[in-house]
Ligand binder design. Structure first.
Ligand SMILES: [Cu+2]
Length: 156
């Protein structure tokens, strides 16, 4: 019976210490990890999506196509390489194409589908630069003579 008397206050002390230890850790995280840190984190989340110089109009990455018409004969070169005739100029959708046509006649160059029309003559070559956005196969022709120069194939 004596032992029980000792145990009672001792047990009370253990409970108090236990409560103290339980309460301490719950109080610590509250002020520390609180709303302050989450609020300051969000504003810097998406910065500077403005620096993309890809759509410059003077982009030098255009595919160079040269067409030469002489005495009815047509030569087509892409990036300096001669295509077998009749020529099919294959590009990927979205490519920029720089088309230069020289001829010994006065006529107009017509890029079908894109409906681009440019005059040319013996002393004046035609230059047509465009972005091949429309997929398909289109004729490039000397409009007035009705003479096909090449097919333009725009692949997806
Ligand atoms: Cu035409």
């Amino acid at each position: 019976m004596r032992a029980a008397r000792w145990l009672l206050p001792l047990g009370g002390a253990v409970v108090l210490v236990g409560l103290f230890l339980l309460l301490r850790p719950t109080e610590q995280p509250e002020p520390g990890a609180a709303p302050g840190s989450t609020v300051t984190a969000t504003p810097s989340a998406r910065p500077t999506p403005t620096m993309t110089p890809t759509e410059s109009p003077s982009a030098p990455d255009a595919l160079e196509v040269e067409i030469e018409v002489e005495e009815g004969r047509v030569d087509v070169e892409v990036e300096g390489r001669r295509l077998p005739s009749p020529a099919t100029i294959a590009v990927n959708q979205g490519d920029r194409v720089s088309l230069r046509v020289e001829a010994d006649v006065t006529d107009r160059v017509h890029v079908h589908g894109y409906d681009l029309l440019t005059e040319l003559s013996r002393d004046r070559e035609a230059t047509i630069t465009f972005r091949a956005n429309v997929p398909g196969v289109f004729e490039i022709e000397l409009e007035d003579a009705g003479q096909p120069l090449a097919q333009l194939e725009v692949r997806l």
